[in-house]
Design a protein around this ligand. Sequence first.
Ligand code: 6PG
Length: 472
Amino acid sequence: MEKYNYGVIGLGVMGRNLLYNIADNGFSIAGFDLDEQKIKDLQDGATSEMKVKGTQTLQDFVAALETPRKIILMVPAGKPVDAVLGNITPLLSDGDIVIDAGNSYFKDTERRIADLASKNLHFMGIGVSGGEQGARRGPSIMPGGDLEAFKLIQPMLEAISAKVNGEACTAYMGKSSAGNYVKMVHNGIEYAIMQLISEAYDLLRKGANLNNDQLYQVFKEWNNGEMNSFLIEITRDIFQQKDDLTDGYLVDQILDKAGAKGTGKWTSEQAMEIGTSIPTIDIAVTSRILSAYKEERVKASQLYSKNEIASPENTEQFIKEVGEALYLATLISYAQGLALLVKASEEYQFEIPLKDVVKIWRGGCIIRSVLLEKFYLAYTKDINLSNILLDKDISEIVKNKISSLRKTAAFAASNGISSLGIQTALGYFDAYTTESLPVNLIQAQRDYFGAHTYQRTDREGVFHASWQTANN
Ligand code: 6PG
């Protein structure tokens, strides 16, 4: 019987697209899904050049694969992954590799690595970004974990991933669950950038009164220059999409309540847990939560009616400043996410190669942008950069745009236009670049009411004062 190089379990749109991508690159591949229709769709959609086989049972699926078997799970994160593992591991042999390509929580991956290792099986968590089209035509792939298993699948990953300047958008992201961790932070940054773009949109429509056609033009111009990115590009296109059910544009008919599947929340939780400051990502998560309180927001907006928004003196200048503010706040969001990866790498001994992270994010993934090229250069100069804002060339970009970020934040604040992301990006920047923060006072207060002690600026050691209560 002919044996297949790879196997995919879970033939939803993402699973099927990834499978076809692997088959397009010359690898033979078998698929399995509990839903028979999906198996049929898989066979029907395959071209005659592809070596693709749909299998009806897990036994047939496992028997169809060459050893060591290389099985990719494309099932929803959480319980479905454990359910599949429970069913499949008894059918596998020593040395087989199971690759989870979903947005799994990194601690689940650690548990599964240990569990499968006890059965002499390899388990790897790999992040895949790029949505349905990315899976089909070339995603950014973030593999981590067992190096021996990685080496076996590396040629396939390099073949199917997106390419930038001829280089594959995939690289080894580090030990254990590093692949999932890097993907989680990718998504946290994705949340922040989407939040910032939505705020720029709000400022342009409410501040400069731009309609969707004009917004399309602005985003088109932005995308043609230094702000070129996947998220700016799709936003441009969104402003052109007409609604099927009314005469207007679709974007105006979409209810302003944002959904979330959890990776952004995990990123924030992680930053709190290991002690890294990522406020723009945090605010992007919480801002989606706040958006869900639509009915309360409507009531509150009636109770606290706002003054009319003052028109900017020079609309063209205003648009330029909003663009620069968005660019810089986006850069600051990447800085926060990358700083979290630096800390996590130490904390969990992942050994995440930051230079490769930004390299493989340049193409295929949702946060791809030309800005990442500049980060790549920064890490090429200094592999141990703890924060991208400390790079000299990056600092020049920041200095060029900071006044636009301040003006835009001030305009939003004085006109009551919600701009949580822009304000926190600026706030983070100001705090991070301040030599002397006022937290000496916080330390004094902590010591005052709780004898929590403090350190001094002029001598080593830990101190406690007997604070004098004023008699009044
Ligand atoms: C990607 C996306 C992908 C998914 C997000 C959406 O990189 O391809 O990030 O993973 O679209 O999970 O997340 P929310 O539903 O939480 O916005």
